[in-house]
Design a protein around this ligand. Structure first.
Ligand SMILES: Cc1cc2nc3c(=O)[nH]c(=O)nc-3n(C[C@H](O)[C@H](O)[C@H](O)COP(=O)(O)OP(=O)(O)OC[C@H]3O[C@@H](n4cnc5c(N)ncnc54)[C@H](O)[C@@H]3O)c2cc1C
Length: 386
């Protein structure tokens, strides 16, 4: 029997890759240092935005088209397991201050790849979403086939479907090192009891988020560095829930300065609060020692966002501290870094939406060495190694 494929990290990307491999009939073991899902990883926080008119770069758009079909498919297959939807197509309104990149970049990607998108004036944006405020000098767009994903539910669904298709999912087992053999890789881990525990793998994919540089260093593998940054997020309990309900209130994002994006989500059925946050690079942290207690400054910062864009929304009733795992140019690191070892990391605060297509692409790469998805833009070799 051939050695299985081993996926290190069973979070956002690892769970999707494990499901795709198992559903194609391959032997796969996914190993996570914690539970899957877990609140200390990057898939925590109840809401992730999905959009296709990608302002970050047009190279992402073909992947996003596949990802959207993947979310629609996963949503319908997971609904009986979860008793609920994990993907909601709400549409997204973006606004940019003059000179901003988000609206201009979204229009560029939409134009190059024929993605439906509708330019709006700020007053048309408010007419579409009366609770939202954008300054009158801003430019805006509406993307209809965009929406929100429930990240913990998505990881849970991938894990359940992977297991149902025969994958072995191991939790509370940190991988500590990798050794290359003649025709395989030895994956060194610690059992939940702390005992050394080795596994032979035919191919390995590293999906360890903010812990990636540590594992690469320990395994003496050269790859570009990934840093972790501190990112606060908040929940609003709306004074008038009907104004923020799914179907009334879309996802939204407001670019007040280059690289600085306030954003938020609608209120889901049965939820009492909805999420807002600020996409920008926070201070560099260590994900193992990060103090996840929000500070008064975090509260003031998020309150400022609410006052600016959703002035009548309601109270900020909950906060959390999350982290991003960030590559040097904030684009993903996807590709082979050593014989039989692949890197799938550096999602830089915007990767969740890609999980279904990343699952497919890495199932192709591990099993055949190539994929029809064009990942050349994301090659780790474009950046210097640590
Ligand atoms: C607050 C916030 C908001 C975001 N908003 C969006 C958004 O709106 N849209 C979007 O597309 N993206 C968004 N993102 C980004 C997205 O969530 C991440 O890019 C994505 O979750 C990264 O997936 P990952 O698999 O790399 O990491 P993770 O999901 O963190 O998975 C890594 C896993 O590896 C495990 N692990 C680590 N080291 C080891 C080891 N040595 N051995 C075994 N297991 C290990 C961890 O326990 C973890 O489970 C957001 C991120 C945050 C934090």
């Amino acid at each position: 029997m051939p050695a299985p494929y081993v996926v290190i990290g069973a979070g956002t990307m690892g769970s999707s890759i494990a499901r795709c491999l198992a559903e194609r009939g391959h032997g796969v073991v996914a190993i996570d240092q914690r539970q899957a899902p877990n609140a200390a990883s990057e898939h925590h926080g109840e809401a992730r935005m999905f959009r296709t008119a990608y302002y970050e770069h047009p190279a992402y758009v073909p992947l996003l088209r596949h990802a959207r079909s993947g979310w629609l498919d996963l949503n319908s297959r997971a609904r009986p397991l979860l008793g609920d939807d994990l993907y909601h197509e709400t549409g997204v309104i973006y606004g940019s201050a003059p000179g901003g990149e988000v609206v201009a970049g979204s229009l560029r990607s939409a134009g190059e790849h024929d993605v439906p998108i509708e330019p709006l004036t700020p007053s048309q944006a408010v007419a579409r979403c009366p609770s939202l405020r954008f300054p009158s000098s801003w430019s805006c767009v509406f993307e209809p086939h965009a929406g929100m994903i429930r990240p913990e539910a998505a990881v849970l669904a991938n894990i359940a479907l992977a297991r149902a298709a025969g994958a072995t999912i191991l939790t509370e087992q940190p991988v500590t090192n990798l050794t290359q053999g003649a025709a395989e890789v030895i994956v060194h881990a610690r059992s939940p009891a702390g005992e050394p525990c080795d596994r032979v793998a035919s191919q390995v994919v590293i999906c360890t988020g903010a812990w990636t540089s540590r594992l690469l260093r320990d395994a003496k593998l050269a790859a570009p560095p990934i840093i972790a940054t501190r990112q606060p997020l908040g929940w609003i309990t709306p004074a008038h829930p009907d104004r923020f309900a799914l179907g009334v209130h879309p996802c939204w994002a407001a670019e007040d300065a280059p690289g600085s994006l306030a954003y938020g989500f609608p209120l889901l059925p049965r939820a009492t609060a909805f999420r807002v946050a600020h996409h920008h690079l926070g201070p560099t942290i260590n994900p193992d020692t990060l103090d996840r207690q929000p500070t008064p400054a975090d509260r003031d910062h998020l309150r400022g966002i609410i006052d600016a864009y959703l002035p009548d929304a309601g109270s900020l009733t909950n906060l959390a501290i999350a982290h991003y795992s960030v590559s040097r140019d904030q684009h993903f690191l996807l590709g082979q870094i050593a014989p039989r070892i692949w890197l799938c990391a550096g999602f830089s605060g915007h990767g969740f939406k890609f999980a279904p297509v990343i699952g497919e692409a890495f199932a192709d790469l591990l099993t055949t060495g190539h994929t029809h998805h064009d990942l050349s833009f994301f090659s780790p070799s474009r950046l210097p190694s640590q």
